[in-house]
Design a binder for this molecule. Structure first.
Ligand code: GLY
Ligand code: MN
Length: 475
């Protein structure tokens, strides 16, 4: 948790951003409730709603907050513990003291939150809320506001009666630019991610079960922070972009994709990807592709600075990859035309990167276009480019991932061949020798600074193919 003035300033800044949009009424925030795994009382480890955490700081279930746009009043809602709670959970600080810690003088029991919202609804006052991530909060908002459940997550102008576009825009504008105290936390998350991935690389030995590596690397995140920042992706079938199956044995000759990150105790994320040769040495075929991805990662980093957009960085990066793939005869023809037709999507169906903060895909639930595009540009319909989650003009304080990849996805290749999607640019004969290749992705986390950018964390995971082979031979 940060100093009280951090939360005070954020709530004040939010009021100002809402005032600029002439928004009236109240803004409500629901913290997360406990979420049962298999029965009430056996819950998933608690994770607070990120927006609640950002403005209200309290990292416990069953809290809510209200900001009054018309008079600036604010109130934190939660219940003090009773003797039953004390028996099971021990004595807890009062809600008033929690309010004090975030600079909010007024606190009330949680039941008063329901009354405040229903009173505002009855009085015809606008009630601004964000699209909720959790189903419980979705139901709760529907019940309190009378808005149909199906509409509660639909973002639009407040007058349309769903989640508030005015509020989404204000929150995105604030959370996109990281404060110094947040950057410190992200550096910590990156350091934990470094040790997490170091454990994975050391575990990548022939004969080891993938699941065993996942267990060991996730253990690092629990011992140094809150835990993984998302479900670990670790697989020798790296051509499946988000592969969560870890049932295979590490086999010489294959590639292991490890895409994983850590969350700091204050809930800031890291997200790294490395790809390892399971035998400790790349084959020539693997190294050719690996070095293209590694250079693409480097190129993207060198271009990431204020004054450019991540859209342009994505385009320059896929252009470079297509030039290199052309040199290897995977594609034939004019590279600019290929970029324009989205041919890179066959090899890299995802975007170059996404925003990151308290959420690994920061604020994704508020709407990818509000977060990654704003009014600056329209999203592309092309495969790959269309999956770019961050396209904005870069500003100091943005944190983005730099994660180019090249994958050989047999089903996708076959579909393009069948449907002629490649417009004659793709050499399918060459590709036929890569159906068992898998995929390669290499990802770092990058902070945009006044001068340019820097990678987060005190150390960088080895990435050059020669460095990977060197370190794997010693571990
Ligand atoms: N690291 C997972 C993702 O970016 O989607
Ligand atoms: Mn990522």
């Amino acid at each position: 948790m940060f100093e009280a003035n951090v939360y005070v300033n954020r709530r004040r800044a939010l009021l100002e951003k809402m005032a600029v949009q002439s928004a009236k009424g109240i803004v409500i925030f629901l913290g997360n409730a406990d979420a049962p795994t298999n029965y009430r009382g056996n819950d998933y480890k608690f994770r607070q709603d990120s927006n609640f955490l950002y403005f209200w700081g309290v990292d416990e279930p069953w809290f809510a907050g209200v900001l009054d746009l018309d008079n600036g009043d604010e109130c934190l809602y939660g219940n003090d513990v009773d003797i039953d709670d004390i028996i099971w959970m021990g004595p807890q600080p009062t809600v008033a003291s929690k309010g004090n810690a975030i600079g909010c003088a007024k606190t009330l029991p949680l039941a008063e939150f329901d009354k405040a919202v229903t009173a505002a609804v009855s009085a015809g006052r606008p009630v601004h809320f964000l699209p909720p991530a959790r189903y419980y909060n979705q139901m709760k908002l529907a019940q309190l506001t009378g808005i149909p459940n199906a509409i509660v997550r639909k973002v639009g102008p407040i007058a349309e009666g769903g989640a508030s576009e005015e509020l989404v825009k204000a929150v995105v504008a604030l959370r996109l630019i990281k404060e110094e105290c947040e950057i410190e936390e992200m550096d910590k998350a990156a350091e934990i991610g470094y040790w997490m991935h170091t454990e994975a690389r050391r575990g990548c030995k022939p004969g080891v079960l993938e699941q065993e590596i996942v267990g060991r690397m996730e253990g690092v995140t629990y011992s140094k922070g809150w835990g993984p920042s998302f479900t670990t992706i670790l697989s020798q079938n790296g051509e499946t972009l988000h592969n969560h199956s870890h049932h295979q044995i590490i086999t010489p000759g294959r590639l292991l994709v490890v895409d994983a990150g850590a969350e700091s105790n204050t809930h800031y994320a890291s997200d790294f990807t490395r790809t390892y040769p399971c035998s400790g040495k790349f084959t020539t075929k693997q190294r050719e592709i690996y070095d293209i991805v590694e250079q693409a990662n480097e190129l993207a980093f060198s271009l990431t600075k204020p004054g450019t957009s991540y859209w342009d960085v994505h385009c320059a990066t896929v252009r470079y990859m297509l030039e290199q793939l052309k040199a290897l005869d995977f594609v034939r023809g004019d590279v600019d035309e290929m970029v324009a037709c989205g041919i890179s999507g066959l090899f890299m169906p995802h975007g170059l990167g996404h925003n990151m903060g308290m959420d690994v895909h920061d604020m994704e639930d508020l709407g990818e276009n509000y977060v990654g595009y704003g009014d600056e540009r329209q999203r592309s319909p092309l495969l790959g480019m269309g999956n770019l989650r961050m396209a904005r003009n870069l500003k100091p304080g943005h944190v983005v991932t730099d994660e180019p990849g090249i994958y050989f996805i047999p089903a996708l290749i076959e579909q393009w061949k069948r449907e002629g999607t490649d417009k004659g640019f793709v050499n399918y004969e060459k590709l036929s020798g890569y159906y068992d290749f898998g995929g390669i992705r290499l990802e770092d986390d990058v902070l945009v600074t006044e001068e340019g950018s820097r990678r987060l964390g005190p150390y960088r995971l080895p990435i050059k193919s020669s460095d990977i082979e060197d370190i794997m031979s010693k571990e």
